[in-house]
Design a protein around this ligand. Structure first.
Ligand code: AMP
Length: 205
């Protein structure tokens, strides 16, 4: 199974992608996590992307496409994966679709979590104050100014990605405002509906 989770920063993509990956026994691939661990390790890649990430800018399509292409070739991705945070631009979406064709692979579904922007700001406030109270490190890009920029980046670039997947019939919209378990249940229902209609299409030719 290969699925993508789309949605603005703070919409709960990461949480839902993790739940989904665990449920279906597949790998959760967060491009943000991959890049953050590169930054932490001080690798060449980490040094290359740190300032862009800290300021809430996107890293280049070419670089992120290469990272994802290499990662999904790893053995642990053979059964499938949940992509979280990729693709984020139309160029990434097109490159990824070409890559799947090249690998004779297909996507099962693309879920987009919808949350209004006020709701997002509320969530990020809670995330930062929770982390602060527990003494956890606060992500440098969870700063409010940077966070607003990341939302703007999303609004500017990612709606084309949603449109792209809607056009090829893979997009499923999920109300991301409900509680975690309800959202997870809705995702499961949408996935099985998609499968049912594909089976019907095959039966009716
Ligand atoms: P995230 O944890 O998904 O919100 O990603 C954190 C940061 O990593 C983003 O603000 C970008 O700087 C970078 N990043 C993650 N995924 C991508 C992507 N698909 N394209 C470009 N930059 C990305």
């Amino acid at each position: 199974m290969r699925v993508i989770f789309l949605g603005p920063p703070g919409a709960g993509k990461g949480t839902q992608a993790k739940i989904f990956a665990k449920k279906y026994g597949i790998i959760h691939l967060s491009t943000g996590d991959i890049l953050r661990s590169a930054v932490m390790s001080g690798s060449k890649l980490g040094k290359q992307v740190q300032s862009l990430m800290d300021s809430g800018d996107l890293i280049s399509d070419t670089l992120i496409n290469q990272i994802v292409s290499k990662r999904i070739d790893d053995k642990d991705c053979l059964n499938g994966f949940v992509l979280d945070g990729y693709p984020r631009t139309i160029m990434q979406a097109i490159a990824f679709q070409d890559l799947l064709v090249l690998k004779r692979s297909v996507l099962d579904a693309v879920f987009e979590l919808k949350v209004d922007e006020d709701g997002l700001l509320k969530r990020i406030r809670t995330r930062v104050s929770d982390a602060f109270e527990r003494g956890y490190p606060i992500r440098s890009d969870d700063d409010f100014k940077v966070f607003s920029k990341r939302i703007l980046e999303f609004r500017k670039k990612s709606f084309l990605v949603s449109q792209y997947y809607a056009k090829i019939g893979l997009l499923k919209i999920v109300d991301g405002r409900a509680d975690i378990n309800k959202v997870a249940l809705e995702i499961e229902t949408l996935l099985s509906k998609g499968r049912d209609s594909r089976i019907k299409d095959m039966e009716t030719g």
